[in-house]
Design a protein around this ligand. Structure first.
Ligand code: ADP
Length: 830
């Protein structure tokens, strides 16, 4: 503000200065010109007097006056007339003269009573006199001096009746009078100019003030914006430089480890059939490398998530989503996540939670997890030995709110006092010379701070350099119910032992749900994912039929695919909700979609869906969602269902299922390469990816592969038809389906080709080349042929016994494809 004022003053002074200088120059010229004009007007006045006087004199009479006529009546007559003018205060003397010979003028009569010029006395000759002698009245330009003093004279010729110069009347004006007149009038003019000048300056200053201030304010704003833009640009450049390093590191790891996997696979294949030990060794190594790929991938993902979050916050597009949540669930997940990280680094980890904190709170659970995760991750990242401790206390605030105070203490590298204030600045990483090997973007704490600002929370740090740090985060949350969170320590200890491969987190034999998806094989996937929950599952491939089924049957929940031809998920939902007699008109409907872009969740919730799940379906997320929305009386958690000896290994929390029993590697060591998987891999299908969407259930995966392959004929015909007819709407839907299901079975190359075509077919002016279409169809053929030669028969049918009756399908392909990462998902979960 001060600088803006300074700038306006500067501009005003500058403009004022220019106006002043030009006014002075203009004034000076004007004064000089005015002075000449004044001089001429004074001369004119002198002439007027002389002319008046000469006009009163009769030239014919004057001509006759000589020395002898002095005192004659004619003489006195003329004398009297001249004498009248003598009374004029301005003039000094008035007299008449005549030219007696060329250039010689003498007095005829002089009205001065004191020392009159005598007849015949010679008169001072001037240029003006010479002019008057020729008949033109004139005034002296310069003063002349004679015995009476210094004068300017006005000469007016007196003509006779023949128009000849009979004589000249001369009026003398003292030089003092003349100069005085000139000076006085010039002074008045100058004063006038000065007054005008001052007035002009004032008006100009006022106008400038009115005009310049806003102008300068605007300029100031522009300048500030420029500076801001420049510094943002700089920060962006630094950020990009840092980011490209951060992103390259995990990518290099992925590529490097992948290379090792390929070599190791080759080594394993080159071993003799009997060398079981060598083969297991190769598999174990592959497991280690794959684990590294996974962790590099996760790093990459968390970097990208940070960037996404940060850009959302920067764009003001990040809104808090307030909903009731269970604190215990958040704490469980944090515990699981950090426990393994601290174990990896041989750090101690403890968690202390005030048991009286209410469990059911209202807030943005996802963001609260993110905040705690970030400071806990940092504590682990920046600690090499010692421990990390998480403490959570609550202070009820009387207005139905509780202030959660979480502190994360570590015995890590600590932070210098001068660095502590930089901690929350975006892109700021400290001690890069020591931390260059620690991954990070410098965005985490800045995101944390901004999220806390949005929640009216705070973050503080206390740290001793070299000894460790304690970050304290305070967040006010609404209490939903007063039931306390209880004794966590004991439960957390149990989690350290909890593990094992997938197991269902609940069973609900009394529950009945409906799954709607136009792609039959997707229904197979979903049904299989849920088979161990023992629910009764109905399925349908059409929205219309779904409406009828929902009308007739009271389901406990409906899972609804979004993208379906004819009637999409949203339309189907609206009809179900609108049906007055519908048995399921009020049941929770969960939207299934691959649409994970920003705002998708809000959009679907606004349409009336109860919740939203992104494809590919993560079985943990699916079960969690079902547990949330199924009638609680129908849900039995797994712990209740298993016998007491199993109790320690089961968990109520779905995320526990993710925690590996320990090292993945021993498990892998024991596993032989399943039959046909090498063939699949050779043709670009990655069984590991496919298995991950089938709960690592090989027989389930094989079934899905076969369905995928068997569905090729019909799908290919449809694709060809819509391509030939240029029916891009249908083409886009089929290609979308091919893309996502190919990804799910692990055929990523084909999925990528299909993704490109989907994009091209969905744009306003679709542009799908025959070449690209043929390439996709060729790849599709090669993938399905590989499946058919690798998986010659269906797996043993007894595996399917406890699944509900489900018509096997011979068409379609999996649509639960990882075409977009779920932005809302915890990177750890992904
Ligand atoms: P980063 O992704 O680099 O970890 P953050 O924003 O989370 O970014 O943290 C910013 C910087 O603060 C880190 O680079 C690190 O230098 C410092 N820092 C954060 N937490 C700790 C901690 N617990 N101990 C020591 N230094 C820390």
């Amino acid at each position: 503000m001060a600088s803006k004022n300074k700038l306006s003053t500067k501009i005003i002074l500058m403009v004022e200065g220019i106006i002043l200088i030009s006014s002075i120059l203009f004034g000076t010229v004007s004064v000089v010109r005015s002075r000449n004009a004044i001089r001429r007007s004074i001369q004119q006045r002198m002439l007027d007097i002389a002319n008046c006087a000469s006009g009163s004199v009769n030239g014919d009479v004057l001509k006759t006056i000589d020395e002898k006529k002095i005192g004659s009546p004619e003489y006195r007559d003329i004398f009297g007339k001249l004498e009248v003018f003598k009374k004029n205060a301005e003039l000094e003397y008035i007299y008449s003269i005549k030219e007696i010979s060329a250039g010689k003028f003498v007095f005829v009569m002089d009205t001065d009573p004191v020392a009159p010029g005598q007849y015949g006395d010679e008169v001072e000759f001037t240029d003006a006199l010479a002019k008057a002698g020729k008949g033109t009245a004139a005034v002296d330009e310069k003063p002349y001096t004679d015995q009476w003093g210094e004068f300017y004279s006005a000469y007016s010729p007196v003509l006779d009746s023949q128009k000849n110069v009979a004589g000249i009347v001369v009026a003398d004006f003292s030089a003092d009078w003349f100069d005085g007149q000139l000076a006085a009038q010039t002074r008045d003019t100058i004063i006038g100019y000065v007054v005008i000048l001052v007035f002009t300056q004032l008006v100009a200053a006022l106008l400038l003030l009115l005009m310049v201030r806003p102008f300068v304010a605007q300029q100031g704003k522009l300048l500030e914006e420029k500076v801001r833009a420049e510094s943002a640009n700089q920060a962006k450049s630094d950020f990009l430089a840092n980011m490209s390093h951060e992103i390259r590191t995990p990518i290099n790891a992925v590529l490097g480890m992948n290379e090792m996997i390929i070599r190791e696979k080759q080594r394993g294949m080159d071993l003799s059939r009997d060398d079981i030990r060598g083969t297991r060794d190769a598999l174990a190594n592959i497991g280690v490398y794959a684990q590294d790929v996974k962790s590099a991938g996760n790093n990459l993902l968390s970097i990208v998530n940070d960037i996404l979050d940060f850009s959302k916050i920067e764009a003001g597009k990040l809104d808090l989503v307030l909903a009731p949540y269970q604190l215990s669930s958040v704490l469980n997940d944090l515990n699981n996540m950090i426990l393994f990280k601290t174990q990896d680094k041989d750090l101690g980890f403890s968690i202390e939670v005030d048991p009286s904190i209410p469990d059911a709170l209202m807030g943005d659970e996802v963001r609260i997890r993110q905040i705690y995760t970030n400071i806990l991750n940092n504590a682990v990242k920046y600690t090499e030995k010692g421990f990390v401790k998480f403490t959570l206390n609550g202070e009820k605030q009387g207005d139905g709110n509780i202030l959660l105070t979480a502190s994360v203490q570590d015995t890590g590298i600590g932070i210098k006092p001068e660095d502590q204030e930089k901690l929350f600045t975006k892109f700021e990483r400290l001690e890069m010379e020591h931390n260059s090997t620690v991954e990070g973007t410098g965005l985490g704490l800045s995101i944390t701070r901004r999220l806390l600002d949005m929640m009216d929370g705070t973050i503080d740090v206390q740290s001793e350099y070299g000894k460790g740090s304690t970050f304290t985060v305070k967040i006010p949350q609404k209490i939903v119910s007063d039931d306390p969170v209880g004794d966590f320590q004991t439960r957390f200890e149990a989690t350290m032992m909890a593990a094992g491969p997938y197991r269902e987190t609940f069973r609900a034999p009394g529950a009945r749900i409906l799954i709607v998806d136009d792609t039959k094989i997707n229904l197979t996937v979903a049904v299989n994912l849920l088979k161990k929950t023992k629910m009764k599952i109905d399925t349908t491939t059409s929205g219309m039929q779904a409406i009828e089924m929902a009308d007739e049957t009271k389901y406990d929940l409906i899972l609804m695919d979004q993208r379906m031809p004819e009637m999409d998920g949203t339309e189907t939902l609206h009809s179900i909700r609108a049906s007055e007699t519908g048995a399921s008109r009020e049941v929770p409907v969960i939207c299934l979609t691959a649409d994970a872009v920003m705002g998708a969740r809000e959009r679907y919730l606004a349409e009336g869906f109860s919740d939203y799940l992104t494809k590919p379906i993560n079985s943990t997320a699916l079960e969690k969602m079902l547990m949330k929305y199924l009638p609680q009386e129908k849900v039995r958690h797994v712990r209740e269902a298993v016998n007491p000896s199993e109790e320690n290994t089961a968990s109520e929390d779905p995320s526990f299922a993710k925690a590996p029993a320990g090292d993945d590697i021993p498990e892998l060591r024991a596993v032989e390469e399943p039959e046909g998987f090498a063939t699949l891999r050779a043709s670009g299908i990655e069984p590991k990816t496919g298995l991950s969407f089938c709960q690592n259930d090989e027989s389930f995966y094989r079934e899905i592969l076969l369905e995928y392959a068997n569905g090729r004929k019909e799908k290919a015909e449809r694709l060809t038809k819509s391509f030939e007819e240029e029916n891009w709407h249908d083409y886009a839907i089929d290609v979308h389906s091919l893309k996502s299901t190919s990804k799910t079975i692990g055929a990523t190359d084909l999925a990528e080709i299909a993704a490109k075509l989907e994009k091209n077919a969905s744009q306003e002016n679709p542009d799908v080349s025959r070449e690209a279409h043929d390439e996709m169809m060729k790849e599709y053929d090669s993938v399905t042929n590989a499946i058919l030669s690798a998986i010659p028969k269906k797996p043993d049918a007894k595996e399917e016994q406890d699944v509900m009756e489900f018509t096997p399908v011979d068409e379609e392909i999996l649509e639960f494809a990882p075409d977009q990462e779920d932005a809302d998902m915890d990177p750890e979960e992904l």
